[in-house]
Design a protein around this ligand. Structure first.
Ligand code: NAP
Length: 278
């Protein structure tokens, strides 16, 4: 068994982003800019946004923080996001999820201009990603693809099983692997034979949000195991110890998928800055 080291792959990616940011700033006279939008007071969301802003600073990307109150309406949030979409100084927009329940999240995400959707959350981004057209991948699945590429894990002809079908993770993950010629099965909460499906997989991606739901004994010997789950106590969605004994490659939790998600956000912000020019 060998480790898919997300910390190391993310450090390599961010070092490259840093070089590109310096070159961009020198050439255009302004730094690349990521705008973050935070609605309400969810402590975890505040922590995530702060982490992303710190990483921006470390690589020479400027960040602008827009904070809106817990009582914000859909109209107010849409107007704030539209203003950023129209602002020439902004290269990328991140609307931190989740937003308070009174807000129509879908409308708010769709207010992000696809050319600035560096978090890959709009319908246009999903379509572009699914057909390998220019655009931005949802960051967690995009980061997982970068991690697999960093270790030369070839997906062509492999049977990939994705557990979870969320808009930001499971479904886009499946589409990205399909574009790489994997044969893809998507499992979800109504799947009746999860253990059997996982046991058929050459590549398993767990994206559920339930501690150790995927048991080590289900893993086919030699399979590649990617654990996107992050649960309280630094526990993933895969039973790590037992799975590691059977897997050829496995991501640790933490230090696997998480660092790649942020690095991908910043790399895509850099892509947007370069596409948009000065
Ligand atoms: P989500 O929106 O709650 O989706 C969970 C998915 O898992 C759903 O599709 C659900 O099926 C499925 N599911 C639930 N119980 C299941 C079961 N018993 N068997 C099979 N499938 C089941 O979660 P998410 O946003 O995709 O996140 C998933 C995990 O990834 C979480 O642990 C989250 O913390 C983590 N995450 C990590 C990062 C990172 O950067 N590392 C980023 C995002 C998320 P239904 O569709 O049928 O309900």
């Amino acid at each position: 068994m060998a480790i898919l080291d997300g910390q190391a792959a993310a450090a390599d990616l961010l070092a490259h982003v840093g070089l590109r940011a310096a070159e961009f700033t020198e050439r255009t006279g302004r730094a690349p800019m990521l705008a973050t939008v935070l609605v309400g007071s969810d402590p975890a969301s505040h922590t995530y946004v702060k982490m992303k802003q710190n990483r921006c600073r470390q690589v020479g990307i400027e960040s602008r923080r827009v904070e809106l109150g817990q009582e914000t309406t859909t109209e107010e949030l849409v107007a704030a996001v539209e203003a950023l979409s129209a602002d020439d100084a902004v290269d990328g927009i991140l609307l931190q999820h989740p937003v308070p329940p009174q807000i129509d999240e879908h409308l708010a995400f769709e207010a992000i201009s696809p050319e600035k959707d560096v978090d890959g959350v709009t319908l246009a981004s999903f379509a572009a990603m699914s057909f390998s057209e220019p655009g931005y991948a949802s960051c967690t699945p995009g980061g997982i693809m970068r991690l697999l590429d960093a270790y030369d894990v070839d997906l062509a002809g492999k049977h990939a099983v994705v557990v979870g079908r969320s808009r930001i993770l499971g479904k886009p993950m499946a589409m990205l692997m399909l574009e790489r010629n994997a044969t893809v099965t998507i499992c979800h909460s109504r799947t009746t034979d999860l253990a059997d499906r996982v046991a058929e997989a050459d590549v398993v991606v767990a994206a559920v949000g339930r501690p150790e739901l995927v048991r080590g004994a289900w893993i086919k010997p030699g399979a590649v195991v990617v654990d996107a789950g992050y649960n309280a106590g630094n526990v993933g969605d895969v039973e790590y110890g037992a799975a590691a004994e059977r897997a050829s490659w496995i991501t640790p939790v933490p230090g696997g998928v998480g660092p790649m998600t942020i690095a991908t956000l910043l790399a895509q912000t850099m892509d947007s800055a370069e596409r948009r020019g000065a």
